[in-house]
Design a protein around this ligand. Structure first.
Ligand code: SAH
Length: 363
């Protein structure tokens, strides 16, 4: 006898129109009133229910029937860490035990949620702890969206207010998971009403994904982890540079830029004596000067296994000055949540602690 496991559709990971159609059909088959689908949609997109049992305005039998037919991804909170600066990091345990992280970053004017797109990361950038810890698996759209649902609920209940911006700057390389990322963007935008300009996809430079984003009518923001203005230096930091060398990446960005109205953010990690050497700021200005760009300079956040240090204050200021003198707006991105290992490049989830790190090439 063979047992076939039926995979239930995950309401958290369905496009809103698909969820609506499936719910309508489900209730029609059960002879239920049409408005039932709307009730579930409200629990899903507005009240952020974490399970069918919470949907208390549905009869118990209907809640049971929903459970049999659908899934509703809701990872458990394995750990919550709160920084002295207000940053809050959730460590989520997925159904199969994998751990991922999301980070809430409050500022006076916005509340940004940084979410993960993969468990671990395969990109192995030499300065990033997530890459060192290795790759585990892709996340499904429901698993990505459920970080937003869970964090938003937590933010509401803990006096943080509503999430205003979402950045794909957690664990993983979002454009290496397009099958889940692209539906996720649509779900956040059309299902939860998050404006496309308030959603930023950060990539290390996955060219096919950038080209796909250039074609999208919605103005999702793109951030590119450039980190070096030339091929030689970049390939020492980012293995993917060998596959998509700088000129090819810039070509893809030109297409994105031409699509109109989409400002590109360039991220540039400032590592003392590595990425901040004399002349690099000028070279950077030359490389990105043609774009409608903004540069975020990220002082290197120390990670285990390297003795690299963040650039000195004077170098940071000098970089900003050189870029701005060439008409390129730039800012130093203040690190948030360092004390809880929630800052850029520090996310690696606890379960990966102690696993043998990928050997770093000498640079
Ligand atoms: N894979 C995506 C998403 C990661 S976003 C990307 O590469 O863009 C996290 C940002 O933090 C990226 O710009 C990444 O390069 C940067 N980062 C990684 N490790 C860092 C570190 N130790 N210090 C500062 N920034 C780091």
């Amino acid at each position: 006898m063979t047992v076939t496991a039926t995979i239930k559709p995950d309401l958290a990971g369905l496009l809103p129109e698909d969820a609506e159609a499936m719910l309508k059909q489900h209730f029609a088959e059960r002879g239920q009133a049409k408005y039932r689908a709307g009730q579930v949609a409200k629990w899903l997109y507005e009240r952020l229910a974490s399970g069918f049992d919470e949907m208390t305005d549905l009869p118990a039998a209907e809640r049971e029937a929903l459970k049999e037919k659908f899934e509703l991804s809701s990872p458990a909170v394995a750990k919550l860490s709160r920084s002295v600066d207000g940053t809050a990091k959730h460590l989520w345990r997925l159904k199969d035990g994998e751990l991922i992280e999301s980070v809430l970053i409050p500022t006076p004017s916005r509340l940004t949620l940084c979410i993960s797109s993969q468990a671990g990361c395969a990109m192995a950038c030499s300065f990033c702890a997530t890459g060192w810890a290795g790759y585990r698996r892709q996340l499904g759209a429901g698993e990505i969206v459920s970080q937003y649902r869970g964090a938003r609920r937590w933010a509401r209940e803990n006096g943080y207010g509503e999430i205003s911006n979402i950045v794909f700057m957690g664990m993983g390389e979002p454009l290496m998971n397009p099958k889940s990322l692209f539906p996720t963007l649509a779900i956040l935008n059309r299902g939860y009403g998050v404006g496309a300009r308030r959603i930023t996809v950060s990539t290390v430079g996955v060219v096919p994904g950038i080209l796909q984003m250039a074609e999208m009518p919605e103005q999702y923001r793109l951030a590119v982890s450039l980190h070096a203005p030339n091929h030689e230096l970049r390939q020492k930091l980012i293995p993917l540079e060998k596959k998509y060398p700088l000129p090819v990446l810039l070509d893809a960005l030109r297409k994105f830029d031409e699509a109109g109205g989409k400002r590109i953010t360039f991220e540039y990690v400032m590592i003392d004596g590595v990425t901040d050497l004399p002349g690099l700021a000028e070279e950077l200005a030359g490389v990105i000067g043609e774009f409608n760009a903004f540069v975020n300079l990220i002082p290197f956040n120390p990670i285990p296994g390297t003795d690299w240090q963040p650039s000195k204050r004077a170098r940071l200021t000098e970089f900003v000055d050189v870029l701005e003198a060439r008409g390129i707006p730039a800012a130093v991105r203040e690190s948030r949540g360092r004390d809880i290992a929630a800052a850029c490049g520090q996310l690696r989830a606890e379960a990966t602690e102690g696993r043998k790190p990928v050997q770093m090439g000498s640079i």
